[in-house]
Design a protein around this ligand. Sequence first.
Ligand SMILES: [Ca+2]
Length: 187
Amino acid sequence: MKNHTLRLLAVMIAFPIVGSAEIVIDDFEANAGNWTVKGQGLQLQLTDSPAEVKEGKSAGKLIADYDKPYSSSAKFDLADTSGISPETGSLKFWLFGDGSGAKLQISFIAQDGGVFSIEKAIGWSGWEDVEVPLKKFTFNKFAGPAEGPSQNLDPAQIKTLMIGVYGGLKAGDAKHEFFIDSIRLLP
Ligand SMILES: [Ca+2]
């Protein structure tokens, strides 16, 4: 039996802030060292193969391996995200999909431990510019405390971004590979 459990990894957010403009979380140009991955169920590597890069010289390669034990991880770093509006702000990134319908779960972890998530089925093939309004992220009592001081995502309280992949395997598949580039927060 394949293990279809959610694969997770987390990134420490050390945002460079440019006024109240967009915040680049990771453009994958330097290294993958800011990402904290526990276990081997989901791996993140840098790739500089031109077909796998959307912007700049390199991108992230996400490998969800359903034959490996699932991983779950949440490391964090405090960051100033106060320039991002909860009303108009959004998370934006490029994702190269495989059309499998595998689900991407993206979560923000707040300083009080509250987790706010969205899920997106990867039904597309090739690069897609994905934008998710912060208002769409909902309190996730299954991934964090069942109750928290805030049930609404406050961008100023975000300290971790977490990505997970699950489901969407075709018969005979054991792995999904996606490419991700230019993750940013828009004000
Ligand atoms: Ca890049």
